[in-house]
Design a protein around this ligand. Sequence first.
Ligand code: T5A
Length: 215
Amino acid sequence: MAGRFITFEGGEGAGKSTQVRLLADRLRVLGFDVTTTREPGGSPTAEAIRGLLLSGRARPLGVLGEAYLFAAARIDHIAETIRPALDRGAFVLCDRFTDSTRVYQGGAGGLDPATVGDLERAAIGALMPTMTIILDLPVHVGLARAKARAGTEPADRFEADAIAVHEARRQGFLAIARAEPERCVVVDGTADAQTVGQAIWAAVADRFGLEKRTR
Ligand code: T5A
């Protein structure tokens, strides 16, 4: 794999999409080829599956059926978007990836770890992210941000879950970071977007030996 694969994880409204954009800007200024993408989605077929999942239309399938749909979307996303970009040497910045399945369908979702592990291996093979940034912040802060942005739109299938479920997800991401410290960096997501962006830039520059300049 020639490129570098960075994933962003965390709860609802943690600021992942915002930080993907800010990091992409910084890397492009330095002349790097950057692909930004997201899950579920990131390729035409995976975006269609995203619609099923976030609307709640797949909910009757249960957590196992939803997990299969996330995996199916991921298989297409890797083949169509992630792998080609990595093969040409790009930085790939992805808003959510396999840790979200571990946390949302496994852990907090109740799907047993063996099934989650089997699905992960089937979907991604050896394609673990080079680096994962976990944006951590209190559940109520993230949900308030997501709600403010959505305006009068109703919460999606996963946002609408109970506060205790969101809290379990937060703890799930932190547990992954503790278990895989070489891959994961936890960044405090409560500060303003530029401050969070500088913390992420420092971590990425350090991890990949890039110039630690901030604009
Ligand atoms: N899911 C996903 C699974 O269950 N299993 C899986 O395997 C995968 C891949 C995806 C849903 O699917 C679930 C998880 C999710 O529930 P989504 O709409 O893509 O749905 O949801 P999120 O990934 O949570 O995306 P959000 O857009 O809700 O959150 P972000 O990307 O973390 O936050 P962002 O950057 O869009 O910011 C939200 C708002 O806050 C502001 C922004 O301007 C925006 O208005 N903001 C800040 N405000 C103050 N301070 C900051 N530092 C801010 N940063 C951003």
